[in-house]
Ligand binder design. Sequence first.
Ligand code: GDP
Ligand code: MG
Length: 596
Amino acid sequence: TPATQIRNFCIIAHIDHGKSTLADRMLQITGVVSDRDMRAQYLDRMDIERERGITIKSQAVRMPWQSETETFALNMIDTPGHVDFTYEVSRSLAACEGAILLVDAAQGIEAQTLANLYLALENDLHIIPVLNKIDLPAADPEKFSKELASLIGGKPEDVLRVSGKTGEGVEDLLDRIVEQIPAPKGDPEAPARAMIFDSVYDTYRGVVTYVRMVDGTLSPRERIQMMSTRAVHDLLEIGVSSPEPIPTDGLGVGEVGYLITGVKDVRQSKVGDTVTTARGSASEALAGYTDPKPMVFSGVYPIDGSDYAELREALDKLKLSDASLQYEPETSVALGFGFRCGFLGLLHLEIITERLSREFGLDLITTAPSVIYEVTTDTGEMVIVTNPSEYPDGRVASVAEPMVKTAILLPKDYVGAVMELCQSRRGALLGMEYFSEERVELRYLMPLGEIVFDFFDHLKSKTQGYASLDYEPAGVQTADLVKVDVLLQGDKVDAFSAIVHRDKAYAYGVLMTERLRKLIPRQGFEVPIQAAIGARIIARETIRALRKDVLAKCYGGDISRKRKLLEKQKEGKKRMKMVGRVEVPQEAFIAALSGD
Ligand code: GDP
Ligand code: MG
């Protein structure tokens, strides 16, 4: 049994509302990080987190706090706020009894404020409403206290006001946490049950598993068992993060800490699984989470084909720490050997590809992101299509696409422009609600495929950056979708096939054929570029034949110049891809895919 009282809480907020900065101040005020060692975003360990100013992985840290009468151990879990990482938030929430709902006092409630609040309420957490950044000249705490109080059904006076930057109000917040958030409940005598809420791969220590003890105790040198697989592991170390790892002589009811077992792959230590002891083990697992499922797929190819083996190794390594990443080998006429990868969303895709290039030095090209289509064929068979080139051409009876419920928060002046945008993306209005005189929530049912492209960019530009977006899966719906192919001299260029709504097929065809005409150099013969739905051509461009021999430029003179030119040409050929008889520099494909 722990010597001190425990309080487990998390901080939930919209991105940029100041979770990580507030966490920094708490680390400093409670003395677990000295002023000398303090640096901004202390808990964001990955370079990419620090540079982009976003949190990708959850973090748990233990801090002492003294009330007038007692000493408390506070376990704080800093969570990512972005929609792609909702699964990280939900697993962290399940390890807590309370949540600080943090809102920027100059911005008010945003889309992920709501999404995260709903998750916290589903987990029965006690909510402490807090306005942050009150030091900002633009802060309007009066107005936003009311907004926040009316959202959670409390009084505006009960909304705390803090500045994560200056530290103002943070001590009051720590007092409020120990007063209001309930102590963890659990049976100390029962067989051990601990819930895994995160699992990370560390080059030196192997897999580090973060757990919240629910019942019983775990001690060092015990053998533990994963309840889902019954796999038994030696426990090499057990401890708490404060915020550096501190080995302890065990974890008791309600405590949050880490386990090291020597396993090398996060998949052996699955988030949501229950840990028990090998001897006298618990009979019933704790309610787990559902595995996060990839929603967006894209082909990832090395620009230099000889990097293929390195790309595979890099993906294997990233998978050790990110169980949600999926990939399998794929080949493309245009791009060669690569992988079809599944991601949780677009930010996840961006982060993985950025890590591949930064941490592994790989130059990559990714194909247009695709969602998961459920295609029913004329024989009644169901085919799952995550790559348009696998579309069962000519045998399609119907196609269903994934839908999402979106919530968009925006100032009321932009409602017209945003409604127009949503309608152009086949959105169906579900509802509209005023949060205050000027802030509105629009709810749309939309195809995910319409969002993964550039919806967020358009949303931001139509609202001068003032709109925020959140979405959640909402089943599948059939739609009039078609596959558009792009052909060079009658041969399909697989990387350019796309599944689009029939109304948008023509625009896609025109865009792609025009782009390729500009990018592909003239050949010794005429090359038609066509866009087609099945056998029907919907757009066409032509690259006219090139007459002149490349040597003609040399006026028959200098032999060595001729040889140099020929060598240069040969060099260039290596990077050429053949589509039928047509030679295309790989750069042309890359430029066409990236829209340059
Ligand atoms: P997170 O995405 O919720 O973790 O937000 P961060 O903690 O990374 O903060 C986002 C931005 O807001 C950063 O530029 C911070 O410096 C700034 N910020 C955070 N808290 C405060 C505050 O209390 N006052 C001011 N003026 N800026 C803050
Ligand atoms: Mg953060």
